[in-house]
Design a protein around this ligand. Structure first.
Ligand code: FA5
Length: 334
């Protein structure tokens, strides 16, 4: 049987080599590898052979099939090239290689980090799974305080919670360092709320904290306006509204003119022409006490930006939910 297979192999090789056209090559293929070919008949009858012989013959059949298939492919290319046939069609459009790129949220984060580094801030990071002390208590959210309701929280089995904002990183940094401190803390945050065009249940924030002697609200306003102008240009409309956060006093919410509709009103700005991008304020003395600082000695400001919303304004994407759906058809457009 093995001798017969060897003979088939050398006959196949010879006929492939001497084929002068693609048609002849196809005939050779059908004769040696087609459904009714001898090789195929041997393969189908393998089950009837004794086990030892079956293994040997099976291996030989596979080896010969592979060899002849490779030779056929090579011969097809050779003949195609010669005759100008399907081997090379110069009229086909070129294939553009698919180049990967960074996610738009990553690019936005890098842009924001670049601007704040230029203003003297350094990057600090904290964990996604937090404890009640860092996410709430030290930030002056007493237990049962209604301000906690604004942060619909995911609790983790066995204790802990998914951080609802990046502000706990402020606490971690102040617990381990002495002023002056000038940090930004970018990262993912989680809230158990129903997503819509401008609200995700998982999104990114970037926290800022500056603590030193005699820090004033005017410096906070100056840094934020400088930052927003670098990001959107000098003509960007910015407005500060009085706000409330348990960990800052006084506090402000900062809106920018909606870049999607240019202030005319759309689904992202809920027809108001403005989008809330960040919260900010002067660090509350109670927060300083919680980390062991003396509020008579130091003062500071803090702010927290919504990175996804900034990314929406920069890219013109009008639904925040699209960013984390991992749909390449969407991501490749940005
Ligand atoms: C906070 O989370 C405060 N920690 C911010 C802060 C830090 C205030 C330091 C003062 C000092 P707020 O819940 O408003 O605040 O969220 C801050 C920003 O995150 C918002 O302005 C908005 O841009 C963005 N944001 C809030 N909720 C969502 C959401 N569900 N989806 C997308 N972005 C959101």
């Amino acid at each position: 049987m093995i001798d017969r297979l060897e003979k088939l192999r050398s006959e196949g090789r010879e006929q492939i080599e001497s084929a002068a056209s693609e048609k002849e090559l196809e005939d050779v293929r059908v004769a040696f590898l087609g459904r009714k070919s001898e090789l195929n008949l041997v393969a189908r009858g393998l089950g009837k052979l004794p086990p030892d012989e079956r293994r040997l013959v099976g291996k030989a059949v596979n080896r010969i099939k592979e060899e002849l298939t490779t030779l056929l492919g090579e011969a097809r290319e050779r003949l195609g090239g010669k005759t100008g046939g399907p081997g090379l069609d110069l009229t086909l459009p070129g294939r553009v290689p698919w180049v990967g790129r960074k996610h738009p949220l990553t690019r936005t984060l890098e842009r924001l980090e670049g601007i704040f580094k230029g203003l003297g801030f350094e990057v600090a990071l904290g964990p996604h799974v937090e404890d009640d002390f860092h996410n709430f208590e030290a930030l002056n959210f007493p237990k049962d305080h209604p301000a906690r309701d604004a942060h619909d929280t995911f609790y983790v089995e066995g204790g802990g919670l998914l951080r609802t904002h990046t502000s706990p990183v402020q606490i971690r940094v102040m617990q381990t360092r002495k002023p002056p401190i000038r940090i930004i803390a970018p990262g993912r945050v989680f809230r158990n709320e129903t997503p819509d065009a401008s609200h995700g249940s998982e999104f990114f924030q970037l926290e800022g904290l500056y603590v030193d002697k005699d820090v004033r609200f005017g410096e906070l306003k100056g840094v934020l306006i400088k930052f927003l102008r670098e990001l959107y240009g000098d003509d960007v409309g910015v407005r500060l509204r009085p706000g409330f956060f348990p960990f800052t006093e006084p506090s402000a919410e900062v809106d920018v003119e909606c870049r999607i509709c240019r202030g005319k009103g759309c689904s992202v700005c809920k027809q108001t022409g403005w989008v809330e991008l960040l919260g900010a304020g002067m660090v509350d003395p109670r927060v300083f006490r919680a980390v062991g600082y003396d509020p008579d000695e130091v003062s500071g400001y803090a702010f927290g930006l919504g990175v996804d919303r900034i990314c929406m304004m920069m890219t013109g994407v009008d639904d925040i939910r699209l960013f984390l759906q991992n749909d390449l058809r969407f991501l490749r457009q940005l």
